[in-house]
Write a new protein. Structure first.
Length: 77
């Protein structure tokens, strides 16, 4: 995670998602890998950036975890 804005706090990550960024949590379940999320303007929730019907409800551990903005080149690959 070489992003200069890393790590973001949960409120910073949520604001970035509301502004259109894809965000990622680095401390999620290792079996599932990191979770990337976007903000759904219609429902006002975070959703998985691919499976947008999957609403993310971070628990206290994820909220305290380091978050980052995913650079566009990583999102498009």
């Amino acid at each position: 995670m070489s992003n200069p804005g890393y790590p973001l706090t949960w409120p910073e990550a949520l604001r970035a998602a509301k502004d259109g960024a894809v965000i990622e949590c680095s401390a999620c379940n290792p079996e599932c890998g990191n979770i990337r999320a976007i903000y759904d303007d219609a429902r006002h929730v975070l959703v998985d950036w691919i499976w947008t019907d999957w609403v993310l409800t971070p628990d206290a551990t994820d909220i305290a975890a380091p978050w980052r903005i995913v650079p566009q080149e990583e999102v498009q690959s």
